[in-house]
Each structure stands twice: as structure tokens, then as C-alpha cells.
Design a protein around this ligand. Structure first.
Ligand SMILES: Cc1cc2nc3c(=O)[nH]c(=O)nc-3n(C[C@H](O)[C@H](O)[C@H](O)COP(=O)(O)OP(=O)(O)OC[C@H]3O[C@@H](n4cnc5c(N)ncnc54)[C@H](O)[C@@H]3O)c2cc1C
Ligand code: SF4
Length: 499
């Protein structure tokens, strides 16, 4: 039974981040690590006190915010009672990878928490991280190999959170699962998109060790449907496997077709971030795209833009400006955005704490380049103007044009969908009107036996949705292969966030 008055006794509190002037000198997690003994400031007892704030509500609205259906009040109370063994069992019951969501999720559950009525929700995400970190430290995360094998072979194409969740579920159900990844390492955006300072790659690697021990096979450096010497053709994929899960992500970045786009020095965010990650891991001394000493402009005010911002600061950028066409969000919920929907309010990510300027309600009219000298053809500035929304459309505010110096520009404006050339074209799967792979209510594409999970079917989304998709698609695959499945299906392909 929870402590129903805990929230009256304890204020919401979170562990502090490392000081800005220290952390931008390295690539390590912005938070202190308990595992290495650094975090003495926010002891486990403080986390347990935070868990005691949960009221174990009769209607736990936190559940409505989480597509995984995480059993939040149950594990909050187990943490309060210092029972880490039961807590991780309850957490793993609905989430294969709580360490990814515990570090990276924007926590819609906290937006829906009843205590968010007073803008001080339970620190659900932090408690989730503590449970899984304690579990790894205490040796509670062990391989869970299947009791028996089915003899069925499944290929998972793509090793992001959706592919990994599907693979773990299907391996544990007894199928022989091979995950194909075209990059040199496993992880999808967790590996080369999301920077080390948000989640260290060691966190990913310790989970992959568990998956390998359970029997999941990983093949890297192979593009399925590609034409390289070591690639696997779509025909081989279909003949060698009984079922396929497409989990290749929404990898086509949204571009900006403003005049001057052809100048050098203008890159999609996902051309830049993988180099930063390799630099962080010591694999590259001099990344081909390097912000050092440069004036950097990031177009796009979301998570990807913030990741470019933190990376540019660590590389030693001269200045960083982040542009957003939308107006600045309010500090508190607007009337049309009531609890328990996700609060659309101004957020200060760790990268924003580290410096840089954020400009709202601005649009890029054109890119301006150097017209002579050694930098001829390279970007030197953006011509901006302010915008206002009239009847839902952006209109230029006349007379507001100005130049913003830029040596490097990163386009972080989201993704338009799945890459069609190669595998998708070869398989002949139908693409829906939003550029994603179409699927039926059972996560199956228009090609029988080819299933779809994650951003490739949903469009650009979040890790928590990718894990939920992987789990649900695995249930559908298992059912299709065996006739009946006990695997959970937390969401349908058309489920959407609470709005
Ligand atoms: C920079 C950035 C930061 C983000 N930060 C956050 C965050 O903090 N929190 C959050 O919740 N979400 C975040 N997101 C969103 C989140 O990362 C994605 O929603 C999630 O990773 C999608 O998972 P996925 O498994 O569908 O695909 P992905 O993670 O995109 O993985 C797909 C993988 O498939 C591989 N692949 C594709 N085609 C083939 C092929 N034919 N053969 C072999 N391999 C193939 C790709 O190389 C890739 O590795 C971020 C996204 C970006 C771009
Ligand atoms: S809504 Fe908040 S207080 Fe209520 S059960 Fe969920 S986490 Fe606990």
C-alpha cells in the first residue's frame, strides 16, 4: 500500500546535472553516475523518497500517457519499500529496455500524473532509471533464453529500439532471430543519432550482451536490399526466413529548399551527429564535419536540434544559434492543453543549459555564400525574417529581414519517412500517404509475412513508441507463425498519444 500522503511530505526533486563548464569539456553523461560512485549528492534514499510521493491513484492517469502500459504505481511502491528485485520484475514486465526510456523519454507519463495538476509530478522517469541501473549493478538482469525452440526463422531489418524489442520478444518466444543492421554497430538512432552525453553507449552495449546471450544473432555492415558485395537481397531475405520485421526507421531527413541550399557547409543533422558520436567514442580525432571555431546555426527547435547544439558546444563552436519557425511555447500549460495531455511548454534541455541562443518565429529566406576567396561557394550567413501565424499559416513580417552569420548550418527539421530505394522497392510493399510503410491491424505490410515496426510504419516518433511497436509487432509475428501467441501487444498500429 502506497504512502498516500508522501507527496505532502516531500517536494519533487531530481538529481543535479554536472556543472556546465565541466561537462562541455567531455562527452560523458550530463548526469553523475551512481555506478562509478560519482553521485553522492542524490543518494538512493532520495530516490525512494521521491517514489513515496506516488499516491497509487485509483485511476492511475500516468498509465494513459505511456504506450507501453508501464505499471508505474506498482514499481514506485516497490522502490519506496527498497525491493529492487520485484521492482525490476514489474518494470521488465512491460518494457524491454527501461534504461533507454529512463534516460531519453520525454516522459508523457509525468505529463499525465495526477500530481501534475500541481505541476509537480512524481519523478517517474528518474525512478525508472534507478530501478534498471540498480538491477544491472545488483546482477538482476540475466539472459532469459527460451524454454524451447520453434524452428522458425525471423529476420529483423534494422537495430533501433523497435527492431531490438521485436527481436528480444521473438527470441524469447523460441524463434531463431537474426537482426540485420547496415551500420557497423547495432543500435539505430540510439547508437549514432543520440549523443553520448544523453545516453552513454555502454548502457546500450550491456543490454546487447544480454540479447546475444539469449540467442539473438546480430549481423552488421549488411544493407538488406542493397547492392554491395556483402549485402543481402530481398529475394534471399524471403527465401531464408519464415517471417520478416521491417524496422528500418524513418531515415529520410526533411530538407529546406531555400535558395543557396547548394552551398557547402549546410548539412542534414543526421549527416553531422554520427561523426560527433564517433568522435565521442574516440573513433575519430578530426570529424569531417566539425563545429570547432565555427559560427553554427541549427534550423529546427526539437530534440535533434538540441543534440546538434550539445555536440557543437563540445567541439568548441564559436557560437550556436537554434532557429524555430513556431512561436516560443508558454511557460505553463495553455488553456487548450489541459492535464492529462502532454504539456506543450518551454523546456530547457541539458544542451540548452550549456549556452547558445534560441530564436523563435523566424524563417530562413535564403542561404548566402562567400563569393570570392578560398571560401568561395561556402555558406557565410542566413537571410532571416520574422513570421506570424495567420489562419494557421506562417506569413512573413515585412521589414524584419536580417543576416545571421553562419559557417555551418544543420537542418534538424524532422524526417519525411522511410527510405524507399533498395529494400522497400524490391519487396514491393505499399507506402501510405505519409511516406511510411502501410500495414494492417496485425502490423503486416501488403506483402504476406513481412511485418512493420517503429518509425518506418509510424513515422518519426519516440523511443517509447518504438519499443511498444516492437513488442506489439512481435506478438503479431508470433501469432502468424504459430497460430496463437502469448506475447503482449501494448498498442495497435494506429494508437496515438493522448492529446
Ligand atoms: C538525433 C535524434 C535524437 C533523438 N532523441 C530522442 C530522445 O531523446 N528521446 C526519444 O524518445 N526519441 C528520440 N528520438 C527519436 C527516436 O530515436 C526514434 O523514434 C527511434 O529511434 C525509432 O526507432 P526505430 O527502431 O524505429 O528506428 P531507428 O532507431 O531509426 O533504427 C533503424 C535502423 O535500421 C537500419 N536500417 C534501415 N534500413 C536498413 C536496411 N535496408 N538494412 C539494414 N539496416 C537498415 C538503420 O541503419 C538504423 O540503424 C531522436 C531522434 C533523432 C534523429
Ligand atoms: S498518476 Fe502519479 S501519483 Fe497517481 S499512480 Fe500514477 S505516478 Fe502515482
Amino acid at each position: 500500500m502506497a504512502d498516500s500522503t508522501g507527496f505532502l511530505k516531500h517536494e519533487r526533486a531530481l538529481p543535479p546535472r554536472r556543472p556546465v563548464d565541466v561537462r562541455i569539456l567531455d562527452w560523458k553523461d550530463v548526469y553523475l553516475s551512481r555506478t562509478t560512485g560519482e553521485d553522492t549528492v542524490f543518494p538512493v534514499s532520495a530516490v525512494r523518497q521521491q517514489a513515496a510521493r506516488c499516491m497509487d491513484c485509483g485511476i492511475p492517469f500516468c498509465h494513459h500517457g505511456c504506450p507501453l502500459g508501464n505499471l508505474i504505481p506498482e514499481w514506485n511502491d516497490l522502490v519506496r519499500r527498497d525491493d529492487w528485485t520485484e521492482a525490476i520484475e514489474r518494470l521488465h514486465a512491460t518494457n524491454n529496455f527501461p534504461e533507454f526510456t529512463g534516460k531519453l523519454c520525454p516522459a508523457p507519463c509525468e505529463g499525465s500524473c495526477v500530481l501534475n495538476l500541481q505541476e509537480a509530478p512524481v519523478t517517474i522517469k528518474q525512478i525508472e532509471w534507478e530501478i534498471i541501473d540498480q538491477a544491472f549493478t545488483r546482477g538482476l538482469v540475466e539472459p532469459v533464453p527460451p524454454a524451447e525452440r520453434t524452428g522458425r526463422k525471423v529476420a529483423v531489418v534494422g537495430s533501433g529500439p523497435a527492431g531490438l524489442a521485436a527481436a528480444q520478444q521473438l527470441t524469447r518466444a523460441g524463434h531463431e532471430v537474426t537482426v540485420y543492421e547496415r551500420a557497423d554497430r547495432v543500435g539505430g538512432l540510439l547508437r549514432y543519432g543520440i549523443p553520448e552525453f544523453k545516453m552513454e553507449k555502454a548502457v546500450l552495449d550491456r543490454r546487447l550482451d544480454q540479447m546475444r546471450a539469449e540467442g539473438t544473432r546480430f549481423v552488421t555492415g549488411v544493407e538488406v536490399g542493397g547492392t554491395g558485395e556483402h549485402d543481402l537481397s530481398a529475394e534471399q531475405l524471403r527465401t531464408e526466413y519464415d517471417a520478416v520485421v521491417l524496422a528500418g526507421g524513418a531515415t529520410v531527413g526533411r530538407d529546406l529548399s531555400a535558395p543557396g541550399r547548394e552551398l557547402t557547409g549546410i548539412h542534414l543533422a543526421m549527416e553531422y551527429l554520427p561523426y560527433g558520436n564517433r568522435q565521442a567514442l574516440g573513433e575519430l580525432d578530426a570529424p569531417p564535419i566539425d563545429a570547432r571555431g565555427n559560427h553554427v546555426v541549427i534550423i529546427g527547435g526539437g530534440d535533434t536540434g538540441a543534440d546538434c547544439l550539445g555536440t557543437a558546444h563540445r567541439q568548441g563552436a564559436a557560437s550556436v544559434t537554434q532557429l524555430e519557425i513556431m512561436s516560443a511555447p508558454p511557460d505553463r500549460r495553455a488553456a487548450g492543453n489541459p492535464w492529462p495531455t502532454y504539456p506543450m511548454i518551454m523546456r530547457v534541455s541539458s544542451a540548452h543549459e550549456e549556452g547558445g541562443e534560441r530564436l523563435y518565429s523566424v524563417n530562413t529566406e535564403r542561404f548566402l555564400g562567400h563569393e570570392e576567396g578560398p571560401a568561395h561557394g561556402h555558406v557565410r550567413a542566413l537571410l532571416l525574417h520574422e513570421v506570424e501565424q495567420v489562419d494557421g499559416r506562417f506569413q512573413k513580417v515585412e521589414g524584419t529581414e536580417r543576416e545571421l552569420p553562419a559557417d555551418l548550418v544543420f537542418l534538424a527539421m524532422g524526417f519525411t519517412g522511410a527510405q524507399r530505394e533498395g529494400l522497400l522497392d524490391a519487396l514491393g510493399v505499399e507506402i501510405d500517404g505519409r511516406g511510411n510503410v502501410a500495414r494492417d491491424g496485425e502490423f503486416m505490410s501488403t506483402v504476406p509475412g513481412v511485418f512493420v515496426a517503429g518509425d518506418i510504419g509510424r513515422g518519426q516518433s519516440l523511443i517509447v513508441w518504438a519499443i511498444a511497436e516492437g513488442r506489439a509487432a512481435a506478438g503479431a509475428v508470433d501469432g502468424w507463425l504459430t497460430g496463437a501467441s502469448m506475447l503482449p501487444r501494448p498498442i495497435t498500429p494506429t494508437a496515438v498519444a493522448l492529446r
